[in-house]
Design a binder for this molecule. Structure first.
Ligand code: SME
Length: 165
């Protein structure tokens, strides 16, 4: 009889995988000062590390319009190009400066459906070394409730690596 298979990791395995990944990303980024190169590397390495990450990438604060995000380096299907502060999950995080875990995107008021396969997501603010918001990291899954506090705790040190010294 066919058994259903879950790609969900046990919490301890997830903690370990994030810790290893943060070390690996730090090693790859060492000495690189270009922000696009750094964001591209993080998006790629995140996508390769977790089977259930459907979309991984950045929405960057537009230097020409500091109340708007514009898509940055990502891995996954076509992302919307621009998101105003306050709109959708990414815009809410850009506005508040606080991470958000959304277990069911359809239940999130104003969620922006770039791809209807995305069912849950986590978004974290990305800051420069002075603490200014420069982007948000958006990770989406096709599974409902794919993200929890372990993901947030695992991703926080990774977003802290994005901005060059
Ligand atoms: N889900 C996001 C939009 C970006 S895409 O999912 C790539 C949001 O509502 O902010």
């Amino acid at each position: 009889m066919a058994e259903s298979f879950s790609t969900e990791l046990l919490p301890a395995a997830k903690v370990d995988r994030y810790a290893t990944l943060a070390e690996e990303i730090g090693a790859v980024l060492d000495g690189e000062t270009n922000l696009v190169a750094r964001m591209s590397t993080v998006a790629s390495m995140l996508a390769a590390s977790f089977d259930e990450f459907f979309w991984t990438g950045f929405y960057v604060v537009d230097p020409h319009n500091p109340r708007e995000l514009v898509v940055g380096p990502y891995q996954g299907s076509l992302g919307c190009l621009r998101i105003a502060f306050g709109r959708g999950v990414c815009g809410a995080v850009a506005q508040s400066g606080h991470p958000l875990i959304v277990p069911d995107v359809e239940a999130f008021p104003g969620h922006i459906a770039c791809d209807s396969r995305s069912r849950s997501e986590i978004v974290l603010p990305v800051r420069d070394r002075s603490g200014n918001l420069i982007a948000v990291l958006d990770v989406d899954s096709e599974r409902l409730a794919a993200f929890d506090a372990v993901d947030q705790a695992g991703l926080e040190p990774i977003v802290a690596l994005v901005s060059p010294d």
